[in-house]
Design a binder for this molecule. Structure first.
Ligand code: 5GP
Ligand code: MN
Length: 336
């Protein structure tokens, strides 16, 4: 995962206190927030002046992460965020592989900067914008990579409860609570060490998964009700229209994870969810698969997206109905 020369160069750079910005992808999830905040706590311990700048708001179910309230939101606090980023001597970009993953506006802004960047990420096909690129698709989460990054720099002993809590969170959410195929013995050894360092693992699961609003469950109910199963393609899909979401007062994060229900049906190997977002004028899509079917490739080819082999996302500018029609037509031509 680590190129030794780059690691050594970065290590010497980190020996003297600096202004450093850390950026996750747009619509940050548990791994994006966990990894950026873990690195934030670690770099602060090394006496750096650190700020996490999220492209847009992060979901409420992550707001308990240590120092989540210190995260700047680029979209909301644009001037301040830019000021912080521009006086940085180093920018870490975490849990994404291309600058546009921070959004079109922030991505274009980051392109204009002449500040060295360091990428830590586990998505396929990393772009080459970073001076230091730590990219490895064999890892189930960026958080697990951050643990090894800190270890490789020689500071493993500095991982305290806060850092461990952030890392544990991203490993948990990106591995579907330790069940996806990239969960290895090494992952569990990292997790064991995090628990030894004081992580309250049971409480974290509670905060992540037993913290729903009533409305979120109503949205889940609507989603399951809307689910269509196409056994001939071993596929299921869910739609949620803006109207349906509004009727249940949808909040950021409420639809997270719903796509996985499609995969829990016996015999289903490919699941999708289509979520209408009138404000952005798009249908946001999530894809999940079990086994060899490569949803990263599917999302890239047909829906302007990407991700991993078994979990990816994309978007469509067509209407919700048209998007679903397109999806079914692709299935008909590709899967049979
Ligand atoms: P989710 O479906 O949970 O939003 O995302 C699943 C995976 O696909 C995540 O690793 C996420 O970063 C990636 N992903 C989601 N949406 C997009 C997208 O529009 N473009 C790309 N390149 N990756 C995406
Ligand atoms: Mn991730």
């Amino acid at each position: 995962m680590f190129n030794t020369n780059e690691l050594q160069e970065l290590k010497s750079l980190l020996l003297s206190p600096k202004k450093i910005s850390i950026i996750p992808h747009r619509n940050p999830d548990g791994d994006a927030m966990g990894s950026t905040l873990a690195l934030y706590h670690f770099l602060k311990k090394l006496d750096h002046q650190v700020v996490v700048v999220a492209p847009n708001e992060f979901p409420d179910f992550l707001s308990w992460l240590p120092d989540a309230d210190k995260v700047l939101v680029f979209e909301r606090e644009n001037d301040r965020a830019k000021k912080e980023i521009e006086c940085s001597k180093l920018i870490f970009t975490l849990d994404f592989n291309a600058l546009h993953r921070t959004g079109d506006v922030m991505g274009a802004y980051l392109e204009t900067l002449d500040i060295p960047m360091a990428m830590i990420d586990h998505h396929q096909a990393p772009d080459s914008y970073a001076k230091y690129t730590f990219s490895d698709v064999t890892y189930g989460s960026t958080c697990e990579m951050v643990y090894h990054f800190i270890e490789a720099l020689g500071y493993k002993e500095s991982i305290d409860k806060d850092i461990a809590t952030c890392i544990y969170t991203g490993i948990t959410t990106d591995s579907g609570s330790f069940r996806y195929p990239k969960t290895t013995g090494a992952t569990h050894r990292v997790v064991a060490d995090l628990i030894d360092k004081g992580v309250d693992n049971s409480a974290i699961h509670n905060s992540l998964f037993d913290n729903s609003s009533t409305n979120r469950l109503k949205i889940l109910g609507m989603a399951l009700n809307n689910m269509v199963v196409l056994p001939e393609y071993k596929t299921s899909y869910i739609t949620l229209s803006q109207e349906e979401l509004d009727s249940a007062n949808n909040q950021k994060g409420d639809t997270e994870g719903i796509v996985n229900y499609g995969l829990s049906i016996k015999g289903i190997e490919f699941a999708a969810i289509f979520i209408e977002n009138k404000e952005e004028g798009i249908i946001k899509i999530s894809f999940r698969s079990q086994g060899d079917f490569d949803v990263n490739q599917f999302a890239r080819t047909h829906f302007n997206g990407g991700g991993h082999i078994n979990a990816a996302g994309g978007k469509s500018l067509l209407s919700l109905d048209e998007t679903v029609k397109k999806f079914i037509a692709i299935l008909a031509s590709e899967k049979k």
